[in-house]
Ligand binder design. Structure first.
Ligand SMILES: C[S@@+](CC[C@H](N)C(=O)[O-])C[C@H]1O[C@@H](n2cnc3c(N)ncnc32)[C@H](O)[C@@H]1O
Length: 213
């Protein structure tokens, strides 16, 4: 493929998502990246990543087994990503325990996304690596398990606080912005046990979080 395209692959990643992925991933296309995707469903995205990253090793985890044709560059595992032992198993079975790219396309709930990020970002993402949170807009869906129709929780009156939607993945993503501000937090006399986030890009449906080198 010339540019990242989902044509011919069984994935729900739309053109709007792929344009953002292309802009972040194209510099790494021909490198021997290790990519981990949480949530496989029909397997199409793993096949798409394999064909896009010409030397990439592609790893995926899902609650359900997926039948995709054998490939020497795709490694699938059945398990709950909330059970952190699954990542030890991947390392034990493949020798790969640290990834250059991690995509969370699994639970799309604030608690699930947080559990994965808090473990994988520090422990299993390479320095300079990219972590992606997909479908954070579920937070605005009233029928989603931890979503709700847009409602701005009140800000802290008198201290320049602004009202903001705090539910679900959106609420967690907003927490992560504090980690980006760790230098200023220190200057201002505050303290935070911050993740080494170099920067974060928040796009419709997608968050890209770059780990400091
Ligand atoms: C949106 S689909 C993944 C789509 C796929 N990444 C793609 O782009 O084609 C979400 C998948 O996450 C899986 N999933 C949800 N919660 C999970 C969990 N806690 N652990 C592992 N897989 C989970 C579901 O079984 C489902 O197959």
């Amino acid at each position: 493929m010339d540019r990242l395209s989902a044509e011919g692959y069984q994935t729900d990643k739309g053109a709007n998502y792929l344009a953002y992925y292309e802009s972040f991933f194209s510099p790494h296309r021909h490198r021997a990246v290790n990519l981990l995707e949480l949530g496989i469903h029909r397997g199409g995205s793993l096949q798409m990543w394999r064909d896009y990253f010409t030397y990439g090793q592609i790893f995926g985890v899902d609650l359900n087994p997926v039948a995709i044709p054998e490939s020497s560059r795709i490694h699938t595992f059945v398990g709950d990503v909330g059970d952190l032992g699954i990542f030890q198993r991947i390392e034990a079975e493949t020798g790969v325990g640290v990834f250059d790219i991690i995509i969370d396309d699994a639970s799309h709930t604030g608690a699930g996304v947080r559990t994965s990020f808090e473990h994988l970002f520090p422990e299993r993402l390479a320095p300079g690596g990219i972590y992606v949170i997909e479908d954070w807009g579920t937070a605005y869906m009233k029928d989603w398990p931890d979503g709700m129709a847009y409602k701005a929780a009140p800000g802290t009156n008198g201290h320049g606080g602004f009202a903001s939607h705090e539910a679900g993945v959106a609420g967690y993503v907003k927490c992560l912005t504090d980690h980006v501000a760790r230098a200023d937090i220190g200057v201002g006399g505050g303290r935070i046990e911050a993740h080494p986030i170099e920067f974060m890009t928040i796009a419709p449906g997608l968050v890209f979080i770059k780990k400091s080198p």
